[in-house]
Structure formats: structure tokens, C-alpha cells
Ligand binder design. Structure first.
Ligand code: GLN
Ligand code: ZN
Length: 748
């Protein structure tokens, strides 16, 4: 029996206690200088490399570590510098300015990295002069060698790099061809320095349209072959299946495939014999994106199967571990839960257990992990019974009937105004919460503070003249973590951070068991706010699709089951609010669209399930209770039918930056439910003018029935300053006041 090797694709940059974030932010705040920053980051890089080495990996990745983002690193390496930043010295400050913008120039765009919550900096090709800059990758590789870590360089491949970039007048193919000699030089330098193989990340090869760029992909890898590099290159893919027949035909040493998120298709192609046995198979068998201990027994059989398909099997995580926290060692968790979890280092330990089992006939660690896994699966908190059928999934009456009941009860003016939920999370708000969390102030002090803040903002909203008020969400750190802390079945970790973009990290709650509502989550604050005013106060909840998308989800149950469990919990809260007398309840679903699977063949199923869960959460209320939802993006094209199917009485959406697009999306559907348009951009500190808002409303009223139309900002106002919020909302209300008084010809 041949031996198997183990490897990794990438490691979290953040550090166990977010040292990376702290170092970078200290530098931004001028608390440390550039040499100190570089030293701190080198130390962290070293720690990451040595930490991985502990798990006896055959090879540890270098090139994944970065000062901000690995795509931006690649842009700098090849001198793909946005035009407005060209001509400057190539240093950390330039890198940070491109990423974050500066006084003179806006930052480059940030886009979601495939279907993860990581965001990369989009390369810009306008008037660039590609050339090779400082070969940082080579330096990092040599550094790993200098500390005796057996490493392989990682670089994003030319096809993926170009596909993810924008701008420039050249075609896709021309851009790739421009870069090939530069890539060749870098790859050659790494081979010369002793790299046995180089991991070339080409995740775009898993996308729906990958067939359309197979030719240029072949051109690129033939070019490297002619340069004599093919024996050192591994094309690495992840997050979905590939066309294995095609990849197998490329002249490279090995292929990296994801066997966790491939919907079974990579394995099927392997079984069909689509892989040449002489190609090395870098098999992603441990989930690189989730936090669960692997079903180690199942992984063993997977290895058995894969061994038949290749003469050289390397097992590794399914993707970079960038998407998971570093280590469980720093958490203090109940052992019955901890047994089921696996962060980055624990995942490497799983690979080590498998390696020992296969290569050394040593089953000790394997048996231990298997026992832990089995115990966790049988925990009682994972085996509750649910009666999903007992809860309504359609409202009692159709919208037209409900609207009459709601209009009669709420008696709102023409073009009602409202906001999306949150008001500024000022320094004071954050300080009080931190003090309370760290036991520096009592529960009472904290509650009093929250009450005062709610009262203050109810008054502000009344003075401005808004029609439907909100309590302001001051008690919430985050719209998902807040619910995670209160619902049964969720775990909120201490250090379970993952990078979202730049120095920004999120701490997704972990859904470890069956979800249950045990006590009211938001009723007290909402009722208190309502007690202070005669105007309706909108209850504010996060919906099941968003809670699931922004958590680490269970994988032992079908995704839709977990989503429906959350929906039942939200339904309880909706009913509790209704029972307490709240007349309008908003269930936010900002993550609905971003959760769309990578491959379009799964979209419909995803959307059907999302709609079902939302309706499970919101359909049990009486006709006269008004359900709102909110989504903060504007391109509804693909999902407009699902949005309509949610059957929410009112949806508020972002449109301030792209009215044209929105109207287009709404053209092929009669959207005859309530709709609130975001009439100004809350992401900017700029105060909108009255005529801008009036114009936005008038434009929309040409398409949308006035009786269904609401006026609101784009999204929550938590990141804005109090003055900005007051001023902007005043302008909004003033413009609506005038519209109400004037007779608008477009509406008669
Ligand atoms: N109600 C939330 C808020 O106002 C919605 C946030 C969001 O859409 N992301 O902050
Ligand atoms: Zn929003």
C-alpha cells in the first residue's frame, strides 16, 4: 500500500487572539511604525507556520499570509495598480490606500470571495503597466525554509486573477497572455529556490461558465509546460465540482479537488476514471469552511476509494482554512459540545490521525476522534422532535384583504416614512455594552442606559416626524450574534473570529444543536419603546435565512431543516410581539441573496426553501399585523420572484445607488405588495438634498403604485453619526411632506 501525504491550502491570518488585526489597526492609528508592523507580522507568520508544522504536514502553504488580502498581493506583484494610485512607491501605505481609500481617492471595490464571507480587493486594469515587482512570495518561501518548515508556495492562478478583475480595454485572453511571462518568472524563481510544487489556485474553474474559458486555461498551462514547469504545478480548486476530464488534460503535476462541497460530482468523476493515475490528487476531504469534527470513519473510506484513482494521494482540507477560527484551545466550552467541534488546528490534527492510520498503522488518534464524533452525534441536544406542520406557511388572507385591515388599524398617511431599524451605535453605546459584558457595570445600569437611549431616540423620531418608529437596536452588537446568544442550540465563542475583509473579522455563532425559542428576545425593548409613543413602533427581528447564512451551520441535518428550526423560533418571537400589542414586525433577510449556491442549478431549490422558512416565521400572525422585511442590495434580477413569494406586506430595499437597475428588475413582475425604497445612501456621511430625495421618489412612483409606496433610508443607521442621522431624516421627512401636499400628476 502506498503512503499518503498531508497538506494544507491556507491558514487563518488573524492569529489566535486577532493579533493580526491589532497589529494592522495599531499601524493605521500611528501607534506603531512600519518596521514594528513588519516585525509583528513576521512573528505571527512564523507562529502560523510552526503551528501547522506540529501536525506533521508533508507541506505547509506560504503565500496565503498577507498584509490585507492575497488577491491584492497578487495585483501588487504584477503591478496591476489602480490608475489613481499609480506613480507611488510600492510600500505598505500604497497597499493600504488601495484597500481602504484615502483623502484623495476611493478604495478599490471589495467583492465576496465566491460564496464565502471573505471579501477580496478587485484588481483594476485601467491603464496598467504589468511587470514584476518585489517577489514577496519568494521571500516568504525562503523564510519558511530558513525556519525549517517544509513549505509549498501558493499563488492565485492567471485565469482566476483575470476573471476576478475589472477594467482595462484588453480582452480576458489578452490580459492572461500579458501576465503569463510574469507568472512564469515567479514560478521559475520558486522552483529554483527548491519548491517541490506550487499550489496555483484556480477556483473559477468550478463556476457555471468555466467551459467558456477552457481554451485560454489550456493556453496558459501549455505555456508553463513549455517553460518546463509542469512537473511543479498543482491546479487547486475548491467550493464546487470541476470538469475533471478537462482538468485532467492539462499538463500539470497534480489537481486539487474539493470532495466536501462538490455535491458528489468530483467523486463521481474520479470513480468514472476521469483522472489519470499518474497525476497527483490533492484531495480536499476535511471541510475547510465549517467548524465540525469530521466523520473520521467516512473520511477513511473516502481515502480508500481515492487511493484506487491515483498513484500519489495528498489529503488536505477542502479549501483554505482562512474561513475558520484558529484553535479550540483558547475556548472554555462544555466538553459535550467541544467534542463535536474542529477549528483550523483540529482539522490538521484530523489529517494527521488519518495519515498515522494509513502510513504507520497507528490507529490510536483515529479511534479517539471516532469515539468523540460518535458521542457528539448522540447528544440529546441534537435529537429534539419538531412539528413543522403545525405552523402556518401562508397568511390567513391574501395581501389585498390584509392591507385593508392594516390600513384601517394603522391609519398611516400617504407615503409613510420609516427607518430600517438601527440607530447609531455610538462610542457610548459600545462602551456601555463592553463594560456590561466585562462586569464593570451592573445589569441594572446597563438596562437603564438602554432605556434612556431608546427614549431619547423615540423623541428624536417623533420630533423629526417619522410615521413608523423603531427602538434603535442599541442592545445588539450584531444582528445575528444577538439572536445566537439568546436562542437554544447556538454557541457564541470567545475567539472564534474569521476574517471578513481587511482587518474586519466576524464571529459567527455556531449552531451546535436543535434550535429552540425559550424566552422572549426583543419584546421588552420593543414594548418599552411603544409605551413612549402613540405612533406604531416596528418590532425588529433577523430572519431564519440570514441567521443561518451568517452562522456556522450544522451539517448532520439537511440545511433546510436547520433553517426551519430557526424559523419556528422566530415565529415564536413574532407571535410574542404580536401578543404584546406590536402592530408591525420586520423580519430582516439581508443575506438571502448572498446565500445563493455557486451553481445556478441549485438556485431554485435554495430559493424555495428560503421562502418556505421565511413564511414559516411570519405567516401565523393575524391579518391586521403588518409584516415587513428588509434586504440591502438592489440587484434583484435573479431572485425577484422569490422576493415576491415571501408575501411580506412591505419590503424595504436599497436602491439609492441604482434606481435604473431596480426598476428593470421589477419590470417583468407585477409587484403589488408594499414596497419601501431606500431613497438615500446610508453608507456615505453625505446629507442628501431634498430635491434628490423628491426626485428618487417621483421616479419610483412612475413604476410603483403610490398606495403601496413607503419612504425610508437604504439600510440601518448604526454606522452613522447622530447629527448625520437627524439631518438626513429631516430632509427625508420634509421632502415627503411637500409631496403629500402637492398633487402629483404621476399618481392620479
Ligand atoms: N435592522 C437592521 C439594522 O437596521 C438591518 C441590518 C441589515 O440590513 N444588514 O441595522
Ligand atoms: Zn440593510
Amino acid at each position: 500500500m502506498m503512503t499518503i501525504q498531508t497538506s494544507n491550502l491556507g491558514f487563518p491570518r488573524l492569529g489566535r487572539k486577532r493579533e493580526w488585526k491589532k497589529a494592522i489597526e495599531s499601524y493605521w492609528a500611528n501607534k506603531i511604525d512600519a518596521p514594528t508592523l513588519n516585525q509583528q507580522l513576521t512573528d505571527l507568520h512564523k507562529e502560523n507556520l510552526l503551528l501547522q508544522k506540529n501536525y506533521n504536514l508533508t507541506s505547509v502553504p506560504v503565500g496565503d499570509f498577507s498584509l490585507y488580502d492575497h488577491i491584492l498581493d497578487t495585483s501588487l506583484l504584477f503591478n496591476i495598480i489602480p490608475e489613481r494610485f499609480q506613480g507611488r512607491a510600492l510600500d505598505n501605505d500604497l497597499l493600504f490606500d488601495i484597500a481602504r481609500g484615502n483623502k484623495e481617492h476611493v478604495a478599490s471595490a471589495l467583492i465576496k470571495w465566491f460564496n464565502t464571507n471573505y471579501h477580496y480587493i478587485v484588481p483594476e486594469w485601467d491603464n496598467v503597466e504589468p511587470k514584476l515587482n518585489d517577489n514577496v512570495l519568494l521571500e516568504r518561501f525562503k523564510y519558511a525554509q530558513s525556519i525549517n518548515v517544509n513549505a509549498h508556495p501558493v499563488i492565485v492562478g492567471p485565469i482566476t486573477f483575470v476573471k476576478l478583475s475589472k477594467g482595462g480595454s484588453q480582452s480576458f485572453e489578452e490580459k492572461v497572455n500579458t501576465l503569463l511571462p510574469l507568472y512564469k518568472e515567479v514560478l521559475q524563481s520558486l522552483v529554483d529556490a527548491g519548491a517541490e510544487y506550487i499550489q496555483i489556485d484556480e477556483p473559477v474553474l468550478v463556476e457555471d461558465d468555466s467551459a467558456s474559458f477552457e481554451d485560454i486555461t489550456r493556453t496558459a498551462y501549455n505555456y508553463f509546460d513549455e517553460a518546463g514547469l509542469s512537473n511543479h504545478l498543482v491546479i487547486q480548486t475548491y467550493f464546487e465540482r470541476v470538469n475533471l476530464k478537462f482538468l485532467n488534460s492539462l499538463p500539470v503535476k497534480g489537481l486539487g479537488l474539493d470532495f466536501v462541497h462538490d455535491n458528489g460530482y468530483n467523486l463521481k468523476q474520479i470513480k468514472d476514471g476521469d483522472l489519470d493515475k499518474n497525476k497527483s490528487l490533492y484531495a480536499g476531504i476535511i471541510d475547510g469552511r465549517n467548524v465540525w469534527a469530521a466523520d473520521i470513519e467516512a473520511k477513511k473510506s473516502l481515502i480508500d476509494t481515492l487511493q484506487n484513482a491515483t498513484n500519489n494521494l495528498v489529503i488536505q482540507p477542502s479549501s483554505s482554512l482562512l474561513h475558520v477560527p484558529v484553535s479550540l484551545d483558547d475556548e472554555t466550552l462544555d466538553e459535550s459540545i467541544a467534542e463535536g467541534l474542529s477549528f483550523a488546528t483540529e482539522k490538521l490534527d484530523e489529517l494527521d490521525a488519518l495519515r498515522r492510520l494509513f502510513n504507520d498503522d497507528d490507529s490510536q488518534k483515529f479511534d479517539e476522534l471516532k469515539a468523540r464524533y460518535d458521542r457528539f452525534q448522540n447528544q440529546s441536544f441534537k435529537n429534539l422532535e419538531y412539528d413543522f406542520d403545525s405552523v402556518r406557511t401562508t397568511r390567513q388572507s391574501p395581501f389585498k384583504v390584509r392591507k385593508k385591515a392594516q390600513d384601517a388599524r394603522l391609519n398611516l398617511p400617504d407615503l409613510p416614512t420609516t427607518t430600517i431599524g438601527s440607530f447609531p451605535q455610538s462610542q457610548e453605546v459600545r462602551k456601555f455594552r463592553a463594560d456590561w459584558k466585562n462586569n464593570r457595570i451592573t445589569d441594572e445600569d446597563y438596562k437603564t442606559f438602554l432605556k434612556n437611549e431608546i427614549a431619547r431616540w423615540i423623541k428624536i423620531q417623533e420630533d423629526i416626524g417619522l410615521d413608523v418608529l423603531v427602538h434603535g437596536e442599541f442592545e445588539r452588537n450584531d444582528m445575528v450574534e444577538f439572536f445566537g446568544e439568546k436562542l437554544q442550540g447556538f454557541l457564541v465563542t470567545k475567539y472564534g473570529w474569521v476574517q471578513s475583509y481587511g482587518s474586519r473579522a466576524v464571529k459567527p455563532p455556531i449552531i451546535y444543536g436543535d434550535v429552540k425559542w425559550t424566552e422572549p428576545l426583543t419584546v421588552k425593548e420593543t414594548l418599552y419603546a411603544q409605551s413612549l409613543t402613540d405612533r406604531p413602533v416596528k418590532g425588529m427581528l433577523t430572519g431564519p435565512v440570514t441567521i443561518l447564512n451568517w452562522s456556522f451551520e450544522r451539517v448532520d441535518l439537511p440545511r433546510e431543516t436547520v433553517q426551519d428550526q430557526i424559523a419556528l423560533a422566530i415565529n415564536e418571537e413574532v407571535l410574542a410581539l404580536e401578543k404584546a400589542g406590536i402592530q408591525i414586525i420586520q423580519v430582516d433577510e439581508p443575506a438571502l441573496r448572498e446565500g445563493l449556491p455557486l451553481r445556478s442549478e441549485y438556485h431554485e431549490d435554495y430559493l424555495n426553501k428560503a421562502v418556505r422558512s421565511f413564511k414559516l416565521a411570519t405567516s401565523s400572525v393575524a391579518d391586521e399585523t403588518q409584516i415587513h422585511t428588509h434586504m440591502c442590495y438592489s440587484q434583484f434580477g435573479q431572485i425577484i420572484h422569490a422576493i415576491y413569494d415571501l408575501d411580506a406586506d412591505v419590503i424595504s430595499i436599497e436602491t439609492s445607488r441604482s434606481h435604473g437597475d431596480l426598476i428593470k428588475d421589477f419590470e417583468d413582475i407585477t409587484y403589488d405588495l408594499g414596497i419601501g425604497l431606500g431613497v438615500y445612501d446610508i453608507h456615505s456621511p453625505r446629507i442628501p438634498t431634498e430635491s434628490e430625495i423628491t426626485e428618487a421618489i417621483n421616479r419610483a412612483l412612475q413604476e410603483i403604485d403610490r398606495s403601496l409606496f413607503w419612504v425610508n433610508p437604504d439600510c440601518g443607521l448604526k454606522t452613522r453619526k447622530e447629527d448625520e442621522v437627524r439631518e438626513a431624516l429631516t430632509v427625508l421627512v420634509n421632502s415627503v411632506d411637500k409631496l403629500r401636499k402637492s398633487t402629483n400628476p404621476a399618481t392620479v
